[in-house]
Design a protein around this ligand. Structure first.
Ligand SMILES: *[C@@H]1O[C@H](CO)[C@@H](O)[C@H](O)[C@H]1NC(C)=O
Ligand SMILES: *[C@@H]1O[C@H](CO)[C@@H](O)[C@H](O)[C@H]1NC(C)=O
Ligand SMILES: *[C@@H]1O[C@H](CO)[C@@H](O)[C@H](O)[C@H]1NC(C)=O
Ligand SMILES: *[C@@H]1O[C@H](CO)[C@@H](O)[C@H](O)[C@H]1NC(C)=O
Ligand SMILES: *[C@@H]1O[C@H](CO)[C@@H](O)[C@H](O)[C@H]1NC(C)=O
Ligand SMILES: *[C@@H]1O[C@H](CO)[C@@H](O)[C@H](O)[C@H]1NC(C)=O
Length: 478
């Protein structure tokens, strides 16, 4: 039932919630923890790159269109995720609408600072040439664009820069150099300490060495070139009819052994092998089951179905229409079975392991670099770190005035989802699976499984409008 006193009550809480629905998350030992409640955050995430990496560099990026983000945030909220990963970002675009929408629904962001455009990533074939002050200026501008947002979980200094055994020779010192420069820039210019990590390709021969090399301490615990978390892109568990769908055959048991002594959070920065389709995600109960002491969850690759790559959870069309794939439904039902309370209550004092000091003996492979001499900041780079980049563009939260998704979205069964909307969360909450099914109920969205009648929807819209008005006054009062 709708009445104005309820609306006013809701609005009072919404003052806080729509501006800062999430609290900062920090790294504590081998865990991500909420900076206020000390609850552990296990990453329940998806990779978010609508359009694929080819779409980048054409005047938009995945976080630049609020209309599309509202649609996707509503679907992700019903799915149950608490984190997205975005690979390619243009720091000259405005991300306020999108990030504020994800913030309102309690979804954190892991962001890559690099892009495929020239001078915007390290080139393993030309390390010295690509590690330049022009490059640093780009990655620092990504920091500036995002560092004010409370739902920023961390930056990746690199993604799969080491793609084969050979890269393990020359590349590692450069990843530490980039991590150092980002960490130093953040310490000087950002409102809080935002962790910087690395996302590794699934190259078995150099995986443990990569983690050991990047996470040891060269000069005590505060060494800025040390990564704050380690992501692993893992595709070793391939569904029920493959012979890899168990704890041992997928080599998940080895990961737990190898990373059991980790001093930093380790998680799957991508997972979701698609050799068996549709995917049923039967690795989910294992990842969030007996691996949770060691692993901090993972991000499913990927939200958007790229042209027949069959890694997508949702089809997105140029006209703004979306349709859920059955993989989304399967993942949703796996997430619904998780015991979130148990996942949040990890004992992080049990995982406070001091980082080992860097030494040759940490490195096992004979071809992996075991020198911890890190390249100097390239010419012109230290001035950027000391003084900040010129004319930075800083994003900031804005009020979220629209909750109802205006674009048509279809369930996997073809039914139109009526009244699909985001459901802004109260202060201090991150999103969790809600037990609903999105495709199954064509008269309502999963985030509102009991169904919203049309008249109520109009009233909800009125409430949203009221909230927006109050919110604006809240912001001006802050
Ligand atoms: C954690 O919260 C404290 C107190 O509000 C704040 O000073 C600090 O910057 C926060 N740290 C992080 C890493 O968010
Ligand atoms: C390992 O790193 C050191 C220090 O940066 C560098 O001088 C050396 O060439 C690298 N080794 C290989 C095999 O590339
Ligand atoms: C983890 O779960 C798998 C089943 O998926 C089981 O085979 C394995 O023994 C378990 N490991 C531990 C350490 O409990
Ligand atoms: C949007 O495009 C898709 C794919 O081409 C099509 O199936 C759908 O009917 C279109 N929707 C609208 C509302 O035009
Ligand atoms: C955002 O996407 C919608 C739906 O595709 C489109 O109509 C609109 O023009 C886009 N807005 C901007 C600013 O690009
Ligand atoms: C957390 O772990 C530590 C170390 O294993 C242990 O001493 C402590 O009792 C645990 N605390 C809780 C609340 O379980």
């Amino acid at each position: 039932m709708f009445n104005w006193s309820t609306a006013a009550l809701v609005a009072t809480c919404a003052c806080i919630s729509l501006v800062s629905a999430v609290q900062n998350v920090k790294v504590q030992g081998a865990d991500f923890v909420n900076n206020v409640t000390s609850n552990r955050l296990q990453i329940i995430g998806v990779a978010y790159q609508p359009g694929g990496s080819d779409a980048f560099g054409k005047g938009s990026d995945p976080l630049s269109n609020g209309t599309l983000c509202l649609r996707d945030a509503a679907l992700m909220q019903s799915l149950g995720v608490n984190t997205i990963r975005v690979y390619n970002l243009d720091p000259t675009l405005n991300h306020d609408d999108c990030v504020s929408i994800f913030n309102a629904v309690g979804i954190y962001m892991l962001l890559d600072v690099n892009s495929p455009l020239p001078d915007q990533s390290l080139n393993p074939g030309d390390l010295d040439g690509s590690y330049s002050s022009t490059y640093l200026n780009h990655i620092f501008s990504v920091v500036e664009a995002f560092h004010n947002y409370p739902n920023l979980l961390g930056f990746f200094s690199g993604n799969e820069v080491m793609n084969d055994v050979g890269d393990g020779g020359p590349v590692p010192p450069y990843i530490r150099a980039v991590t150092r420069d980002l960490t130093n820039y953040i310490a000087k210019h950002s409102p809080r300490l935002i962790p910087v990590g690395y996302s590794a390709a699934d190259v078995k021969e150099i995986l443990t060495d990569s983690w050991a090399y990047l996470s040891c301490a060269i000069d005590g615990k505060m060494d800025p070139s040390r990564i704050a978390f380690f992501g692993l892109n893992s595709y070793s568990w391939c569904g029920p009819t493959s012979d890899t769908a168990n704890y041992v055959a997928s080599s998940y048991d080895q990961l737990v052994d190898e990373f059991g002594k980790t001093s930093i959070p380790v998680f799957f920065s991508e997972y979701g092998c698609n050799k068996v389709e549709p995917r049923v995600f039967d690795e989910v109960p294992v990842l969030y089951g007996n691996m949770t002491d060691v692993m901090s969850g993972g991000l499913v690759y990927e939200y958007y179905e790229e042209t027949s790559n069959n890694y997508g959870l949702v089809w997105l069309y140029d006209n703004g229409t979306a349709q859920i794939r059955v993989d989304y439904d399967n993942l949703q039902s796996q997430y619904n079975k998780l015991d979130i309370k148990a996942l949040e209550s990890g004992n992080s004092s049990a995982t406070m392991i001091q980082p080992p000091s860097c030494s040759k003996s940490l490195i096992q492979s004979s071809t992996f670099n075991n020198s911890f001499v890190i390249p100097d900041v390239p010419s012109g780079g230290q001035e950027l770190i000391n003084n900040g980049i010129k004319d930075p563009m800083n994003g900031k939260l804005v009020s979220v005035t629209q909750t109802q998704v205006a674009l048509p979205v279809y369930g996997s069964n073809g039914g139109l989802l009526k009244d699909l909307a985001i459901k802004p969360l109260a202060d201090d909450q991150s999103n969790t699976p809600d037990g609903g099914s999105t495709s199954g109920t064509t008269t309502s969205s999963g985030s509102n499984p009991s169904g919203t009648k049309k008249s109520e929807a109009v009233q909800l819209a009125a409430t949203a409008y009221l909230l927006a008005g109050i919110l604006v006054s809240c912001i001006f009062n802050l």
